[in-house]
Ligand binder design. Structure first.
Ligand code: TYD
Length: 141
């Protein structure tokens, strides 16, 4: 599948395949990850089918999101187009640029999500209301 949403693309990590001894996946600042890494967080215990995360956009923050185990559905919306991306491999991450409304759902119970972020946590960088997101886009574009 091809990502057509603005400011969003697949990211591939460096991979070292050790045959019987597993696969090493490598993410370095400003290399495979297109920004300087300031924060890493991961999401576990996605046990409930009804679980739903995200529902926000960031004004400045850039992130790369990986499904390192299991699977889930990522929906990205750039204000004019929306796309569903099903993630079920650790091999490919998704770069989420700023000004992208995103939601995550349909997690398998063994799903583990890893996120690499360009900045420290800042609640002021969030837009948590879709109407405000659309207004914000008009202001900045
Ligand atoms: P949020 O980013 O909305 O989670 P998700 O996009 O996965 O649904 O964050 C959920 C809560 O956790 C919110 O109150 C902010 C807080 N939080 C931090 O304090 N630090 C962090 O690094 C993150 C990602 C969230």
């Amino acid at each position: 599948m091809k990502i057509t949403t603005n400011n969003c693309e697949f990211i591939e990590l460096q991979k070292i395949v050790d045959q019987r001894d597993g696969v090493l996946n490598i993410a370095e600042s400003s290399k495979q990850i297109p920004f300087e890494i300031k924060r890493v967080y991961f999401i576990t215990d996605l046990k409930y089918e009804s679980a739903s995360r995200g529902h926000h956009a960031h004004k400045k923050l850039e992130q790369v999101i990986f499904c390192v185990n299991g699977s889930f559905k990522l929906i990205v919306n750039d204000g004019s187009a929306e796309q569903e991306i099903f993630l079920n491999t650790a091999e490919k991450g998704v770069f989420l640029g700023h000004n992208l409304w995103h939601t995550m759902s349909d997690f398998s119970s063994d799903c583990i999500i890893l996120v690499i972020a360009s900045d420290e946590f800042d609640e002021n960088d969030y837009i948590r209301d879709f109407k405000k997101f659309k207004h914000y886009l008009k202001e900045v574009n």
